[in-house]
Each structure stands twice: as C-alpha cells, then as structure tokens.
Design a protein around this ligand. Sequence first.
Ligand code: AR6
Length: 166
Amino acid sequence: MIEIVQGDITKLQVDAIVNAANESLRGGGGVDGAIHRAAGPQLLAECMQHPGCPTGTAVLTLGYRLPARYVIHTVGPVWRGGSFGEAELLRKAYSSVFTIARGHGAIDAIAFPAISTGVYGYPRSDAAAIALDVMRENDANFRRIIACVFDDGTATVYRSILAQEE
Ligand code: AR6
C-alpha cells in the first residue's frame, strides 16, 4: 500500500526517511537542508565518513534527532533535457534505496521525498511516474511506503497517477 503524505518529511514517524542529497553528502538546501537541521550535527559527522555517493547510489546513516531511526541518502540526476540517462538514474536512485532498506532487516516503514524535482529540475510528473513505479515493485516487502510530497502541485501529480492505477 503506497501512501501519499503531504508535509515535512523530517516529522514522519517511520523507520527510515530518504534524503535527496548530492554526491558530496555534505548537506545542501531543500529537503537535504531540512533533514540535516532536524537531525543535528551528528548526521553531518557521520556523512563525512563516507567518500561520497555517486548519482543513483545510496548510503544509510542513523537519524539522530529525527523521529526516524535511519536516513537513507540517495542522489538523483540533475535534469539536463532527458537524453542524458536521467530516467534510468532516477529509477536507480529509488531502487538503490530499496535494496539497502530490504537488506537491513529493521526497516519496515519508509518515506521518500520527490527526488530530483526541486533544485535538480526533473519534470515532476515524469519523476512521479518513475517514483511510484519503483515503489509499486517493492510494495510487498514493506509495511508502509510513503511518498512524502511537499507542495500542492506535486501532491496533485502523485494523486492523479495513483488514481489512474486504481
Ligand atoms: N519534506 C519533504 N519534501 C521536501 C522538504 C521537506 N522538508 N523540503 C523540500 N521538499 P530538493 P533535488 C521537496 O531541491 O531536486 C539539495 O541542495 C521539494 O519541494 O530538496 O533532488 C541537495 O543537497 C521537492 O519537491 O532535491 C542537492 O544539492 C523535493 O523535496 C539538491 O538539493 C526535492 O527537492 C538535490 O536536488
């Protein structure tokens, strides 16, 4: 069952929230900034132990002051017009998170932001179709999969895709 929740992902009581990070894993703006602010400085300290996170891959850390026990950081592609493998890389970012979460054993409820659709400029309906497709592929393995949408436009896009599937 895929749920759409509109609001701030840092407030969600789930086992893991997903961060739309950048390859340096040194923090940034958008949801990345919000997660680091809410988790506190220990999150950056743990991230600094990683050499980085190439686009399409993912890294697990603790959540520190977040209600979520873990953060899975992934990096979506920067939108460059669509002919630079962006769709494959976005799919890979979502899939890499699920691979880590499935292998972990204690992650049964997980929430994702709309990766790449902010600063990285990915068209949100194309990104939403990929996000929901990979979520559906993994649905049977989790108690809760939450698509956490922030703005009204993204919420509308996600809801209309899910409604078409029903
Ligand atoms: N909770 C849920 N969603 C949020 C929140 C929040 N607190 N804040 C923003 N969003 P973006 P990207 C939504 O730009 O496009 C960072 O600087 C936002 O409205 O955060 O993958 C990183 O360090 C949008 O729908 O991520 C990278 O450098 C979605 O989250 C770069 O931005 C993603 O927007 C990554 O860019």
